[in-house]
Design a protein around this ligand. Structure first.
Ligand code: F6P
Length: 317
């Protein structure tokens, strides 16, 4: 293997992985090119040369130095064929794709339909990659949200208010559940679970009568809009309710130590398995050991153990 390419989505820890890939590859005299703007850049042939020096000073930075996109063109066969042409014309022997569900689906298409050697590195704040315990970016996202939540709690407690805090997670409640549990919140609403809002309001009313004055309710963006939940509480109970939507601050920012370590380790391991001939697999790390899992498994919907989280959140309220 003489030349590989790396393509990314953005979240904390991705730059640590790029750095690790480039520096590991250079030890085997493998050239690395970065694909700019995700699959759009692969279609357009937008590549940059990377070397051990060009990836210095990035391990502590968020986002991706390669920029990224949600490529609609890659959904079409025409876009895929153009991407394959870029790979072949540039003599790229293998590709490492760092990203979440969409990116790994693209990686699987390239490996399975076009016979391109591809390895995936799981990276998404949603932590919704099947078979993978912890994706790159999830730890930073939970910590960023938790930091914001701790600040919101100061006001919630001081002013005796109800706060609805909306966190990211379109189809997956991972961030919401972890933030709710680690932040000591009273309620959490996630896409994977039905919740009886009348019952929730009754509980708040009952708690309020017995002297409880502030609540923090976490809602995953894919479940409901925080403002809608606040309106329901206002209408039904008449208690003063405020809303905070955390949004994209959760995807950016300085990666935690954990995300840097996962990035460094998985980048290194991805190069190892790619050069040894593995393809159509995703690398991951658990209990200090490395594993691979077929890409077509990772892109299936993840079964998160919502009940055990929820039960504990309620016990500890
Ligand atoms: O998949 C990661 C994620 O941050 C989700 O939590 C969120 O729903 C989505 O991406 C937002 O996407 P975009 O940045 O394209 O609006």
């Amino acid at each position: 293997m003489k030349k590989i390419a790396v393509l990314t989505r953005d979240c904390a820890g991705v730059n640590a992985a790029i750095r690790s890939i480039v520096r590991t590859a250079s030890k085997f005299d493998i050239e690395v090119v970065g694909v700019m703007r995700g699959y759009d850049g692969l279609i357009d042939g937008d590549l940059i040369a990377l070397n051990p020096r060009s990836v210095s000073g990035i391990i502590n930075t968020g986002g991706t130095i390669l920029k990224t996109s949600r490529s609609k063109r890659f959904y079409e066969v025409e876009g895929q064929e153009q991407a394959v042409k870029t790979i072949r014309e540039n003599n790229i022997d293998g590709l490492i794709v760092i990203g979440g569900n969409g990116s790994l689906t693209g990686a699987h298409i390239l490996a399975n339909n076009y016979n391109i050697p591809v390895i995936g590195v799981p990276a998404t704040i949603d932590n919704d990659i099947t078979g993978v315990d912890l994706t790159l970016g999830a730890d930073t996202a939970v910590n960023v949200a938790l930091d914001a939540l701790d600040k919101i709690r100061d006001t919630a407690t001081s002013l005796e208010r109800i706060f609805i805090v909306e966190v990211m997670g379109r189809d997956c409640g991972y961030i919401a559940l972890n933030v709710a549990l680690a932040g000591g919140c009273e309620e959490v609403l996630v896409p994977e679970m039905e919740i009886d809002l009348d019952l929730m309001c009754d509980e708040i009313k009952k708690g309020n009568r017995s002297g409880k004055v502030s609540w923090i309710i976490i809602v995953a963006e894919g479940k409901a809009k925080a403002q809608d939940i606040a309106n329901i509480i206002n209408e039904k109970i008449g208690l003063e309710t405020r809303v905070a939507v955390l949004g994209h601050i959760q995807r950016g920012g300085r990666p935690t130590a954990r995300d840097r370590l996962i990035g460094a380790r998985l980048g290194n391991y991805a190069v190892d398995v790619l050069k040894d001939g593995m393809t159509d697999h995703c690398v991951y790390f658990k209990d200090s050991k490395f594993f691979t899992i077929p890409l077509n498994v990772t892109i299936q919907p993840k079964d998160l153990d919502v009940d055990s989280y929820y039960r504990l959140i309620k016990i500890l309220t």
